[in-house]
Ligand binder design. Structure first.
Ligand code: GLU
Length: 512
């Protein structure tokens, strides 16, 4: 399609949840696939929910993931401004137009009166009071108050809201790319406020007006907005914009890793997993979160993982970088059913992306972490550590944590293999091995290996009777990287010191 224009329209009310990032991603993918335009629109008309820093967070998260804006705050474009608070003056005329066309009305009920009514309904057992077709004739509005009086009230400055007059006994139907035909009975829909008493539009009015003015062709958003769409469809009709109505696509919910229900920000804290792209610091501990980035995820892995939360290409292929996703993405392949947030899968993706990243890229990411930990080593050394550890880490900080022994002395030794296999009477033999190694001219993994093999042949020992001691002596664990490579990296002096200390420690473990 030519001129595909999509928007990501978050409200800056706090850290952007990972579900919001997925919405942004799907919008972006569709735009790029169709050669269209990806727009960021900040929906900040509700100033009571505005949180400072939230807009910057959104921008930083998108930029970390390389989701680039074609139009938006800071970038500009022909349809700006892109912050609704800066478009404030544009909305009222449309609300008035609705009233003039007989599709909306002035409502003068005060918040106190509405509360009173709500409470009275509650007392009668109705806990879900709705201002709708069934009650609008009982309320204080321009449908019940005489026209002259309404005029006087408006001139006098009586506070009012403008409410949409939802028709009675109609079916509001629309097509959703993911859910096909969606229908609502108009009688279920309330007379939503379009313009608030402070003159600001509600989400519904501002959203539809902006989608129209910004020439949006596809509205891709979370499933929770499906019921609102019925109101939006009515708005397109009542404003005479039916021909410009965008196509809708409502994305499936993201479900908790286990059990029922939607993934919430509290799940992250509870399960110790990230549910936000970046960390978010708040004065309140319970409102601070650690992000995917700070966990040590690569942005490519997060993109790949997120793309698969509700979509798959219909093939076995699992690895998709951003450009591949653009090629393969298809809104018709997005599922209706909720997508489970499988954190193990996210980790697996990250591991694969780390393995497939080149050393220099990883160096660029690990260096700042090493500096923050005041690890003193050259880039050359760090690059070699990265090469050795690449297949053994899940997150970026693991290079320094799992592989800590490449930067400092072994903190403790895995004892089981020592207790099982170490024979103190063989210590002179192992000291001889160390002498052999230290006498090597070229302290490189190949010559180290040859020397060890010669030693094994001489004493008729198998790998299992030699390598575990060297491995544990060097790294404290059996799980470390290849022992010959590790020795080469650590260098003669360090190997000498580590093995001497280890032999004594092994004797101790055996004795104790
Ligand atoms: N401002 C809404 C939100 O916070 C936008 C929903 C939509 O895309 O229409 O998600």
């Amino acid at each position: 399609m030519e001129n595909c224009r999509v928007r990501f329209a978050p409200s800056p009310t706090g850290a952007l949840h990972i579900g919001g990032v997925r919405t942004a991603l799907y919008n972006y993918l569709l735009a790029k696939k169709l050669g269209g335009t990806f727009i960021l629109r900040i929906e900040d008309t509700d100033q009571t929910r505005y949180v400072p820093g939230a807009e910057d967070y959104i921008l930083e998260a998108l930029s970390w993931l390389d989701i680039r804006l074609d139009e938006g705050p800071g970038v500009g474009g022909d349809y700006g401004p892109y912050r609704q608070s800066e478009r404030e003056s544009m909305y009222k005329e449309y609300a008035i137009k609705l009233v003039e066309n007989g599709h909306a009305y002035y409502a003068f009920d005060t918040p106190e009166e509405l509360d009173e009514r709500r409470n009275a309904e509650k007392a009668k057992g109705n806990h879900n009071f709705k201002y709708d077709h069934s009650v609008r004739k009982e309320m204080r509005n321009s449908l019940t108050i005489d026209a002259d009086e309404v005029k006087r009230m408006l001139e006098y400055g009586t506070p009012y809201t403008i409410r949409l007059m939802v028709p009675t006994d109609e079916t509001v139907a629309f097509n959703d790319i993911i859910r096909s035909d969606v229908k609502f009975s108009s009688n279920e829909l309330d007379d939503k406020v379009m313009l608030k008493a402070d003159g600001m539009p509600t989400y519904h009015l501002a959203n539809v007006v902006d989608d129209y003015l910004m020439k949006i062709t596809h509205v891709i958003r979370g499933e929770e907005w499906l019921p609102s769409t019925a109101h939006h469809v009515l708005l397109y009709k009542f404003l005479g914009w039916e021909d410009a109505m965008p196509q809708f696509a409502h994305l499936p919910l993201i479900l908790k890793p286990t059990g029922n229900g939607k993934l919430s920000k509290r799940d992250g804290a509870k399960l110790g997993i990230p549910v936000f792209p970046l960390s978010w610091d708040s004065e309140k501990e319970e409102d601070s979160f650690k992000g995917f980035r700070e966990f040590g995820f690569l942005p490519e892995a997060v993109l790949n993982f997120l793309a698969f939360l509700g979509w798959n290409p219909g093939t076995e292929e699992e690895f998709f970088r951003l450009d591949d996703l653009i090629q393969a993405f298809d809104l018709n392949k997005v599922s209706k059913g909720g997508a489970r947030f499988d954190f193990d899968k996210a980790k697996w993706f990250n591991q694969q992306y780390i393995i497939n990243s080149d050393t220099n890229t990883l160096l660029g990411l690990v260096r700042p972490l090493a500096d923050a930990k005041q690890i003193d080593c050259t880039d050359e050394y760090l690059s070699k550590c990265i090469d050795l550890m690449k297949e053994r880490v899940q997150f970026l900080p693991d290079f320094l944590e799992v592989g800590y022994y490449l930067f400092e002395k072994v903190r403790n030794y895995e004892e089981k293999p020592i207790r099982k296999k170490w024979k103190p009477e063989q210590r002179p033999m192992f000291e001889e091995l160390l002498e052999d190694l230290l006498s090597l001219e070229n302290f490189e993994s190949a010559s180290i290996e040859t020397s060890i093999k010669t030693f094994m042949a001489k004493y008729e020992l198998g790998f299992g009777n030699v390598l575990p001691f060297l491995r544990i002596g060097m790294a404290g664990t059996m799980k470390g990287p290849g022992v010959f490579e590790m020795m080469e990296l650590l260098g003669k002096d360090e190997v000498k010191e580590r093995m001497t200390t280890a032999y004594t420690a092994f004797d101790g473990i055996k004795a104790g």
